[in-house]
Design a protein around this ligand. Structure first.
Ligand SMILES: [Zn+2]
Length: 320
């Protein structure tokens, strides 16, 4: 819905009522076409009783910049086209086990990935940095620990992405990140399904890591893990995006919480090792379904032996 315009008209009435003891006749009528699920727009009418300070009759079209609305089904698709976005779905490119077997070729471009949502985390071809996707924009935290905006042709090997529709949970102060996460999980009964947590605000301590890009022949993940670079910042403002995966999906994704951080000034970020919260707004989003995309046209994927699940747990914990 065209929220901003509607709110302006709502506020006119609200402000008037606050400032005077007068009365306003007010009506909002949604208009639907045939049996469509989404209204085409709303008519807003207001007239105050005492004089004509407040007097309007406007029609506001149900449009959203950067999105195409499918009025018949109620679904939305973003400007990157093609795929209707389901706000209850988490999309994942690739499967975690591919990384532990050294299948590090990029399998999707950032542009293609953005068809599946506007918010996410991941890593580039050859473990090329730690990715954060915020508001339809991809950033890479490189081996220097700083964030750069990515070109739409950037190749991604692994990513989780979804269409942001977060619900406010609470504001937290002076708490360890892992305690915060556990509190949210407990409160939303989240043990057995995928969900995302988004934090924004002041972090008193953040410890992250990232890697440099590797080229073929790719080293083993153990080798990559040894060469990871750690970063540390204090009293920094930023956003943390986290995905929770139920334990039974270890190997499919990263079991437990998988979090990436990006500071507001883009000077610091990466895969989160630990963090202490100063003061953050906390939001969460539950997912009803989980979709994985497999690179069927990649010979190295179709010919790989992904059956070796020994040590999978420790490899994933060390690298992703
Ligand atoms: Zn990560």
């Amino acid at each position: 819905m065209n929220q901003e315009t509607m709110v302006q008209y709502e506020n006119q009435v609200a402000d008037y009522l606050r400032l005077t003891k007068n009365h306003v006749r007010y009506r909002v009528t949604p208009y639907y076409k045939d049996n469509e699920l989404l209204c085409r727009g709303v008519q807003m009418e207001a007239q105050n009783v005492e004089d004509s300070t407040i007097s309007y009759n406007v029609f506001i079209y149900n449009v959203e910049d950067g999105y195409t609305l499918d009025y018949a089904t109620g679904n939305t698709k973003n400007d990157y086209g093609g795929i209707f976005l389901d706000k209850m779905r988490l999309f994942q490119n690739g499967t975690m086990q591919m990384l532990s077997e050294g299948l590090l070729d990029g399998t999707i471009t950032l542009q293609e990935l953005l068809k599946y949502g506007d918010t996410g985390i991941g890593t580039g071809e050859g473990i090329d940095g730690e990715l954060v996707i915020l508001d339809n924009t991809g950033y890479k935290i490189d081996e220097n620990g700083t964030a750069k905006e990515l070109d739409k042709n950037f190749n991604v090997v692994f990513a989780d992405i979804h269409q942001s529709n977060y619900e406010y949970f609470d504001n937290f102060e002076n708490i360890d990140l892992s305690h915060l996460m556990e509190q949210v999980k407990k409160n939303i009964n989240g043990e057995n399904y995928f969900f995302s947590i988004k934090l924004h605000g002041l972090f008193t301590k953040v410890k992250t890591r990232s890697t440099r890009k590797y080229s073929k022949p790719y080293p083993s993940l153990e080798e990559i893990a040894k060469n990871q670079i750690e970063f540390y910042a204090e009293n920094i403002y930023g956003t943390l995006i986290s995905y929770y995966t139920p334990i039974i999906y270890q190997g499919v994704a990263v079991a437990g919480f998988h979090s990436h951080f990006i500071s507001d000034d883009k000077s610091m970020g990466g895969h989160v090792i630990s963090a202490n919260i100063g003061s953050v707004e906390t939001c969460y989003q539950k997912f009803e379904s989980f979709t994985q995309k497999f690179p069927l046209d990649s010979n190295s994927f179709t010919n790989a032996d992904l059956s070796n699940t020994q040590n999978l747990d420790s490899i994933i914990k060390n690298v992703e």
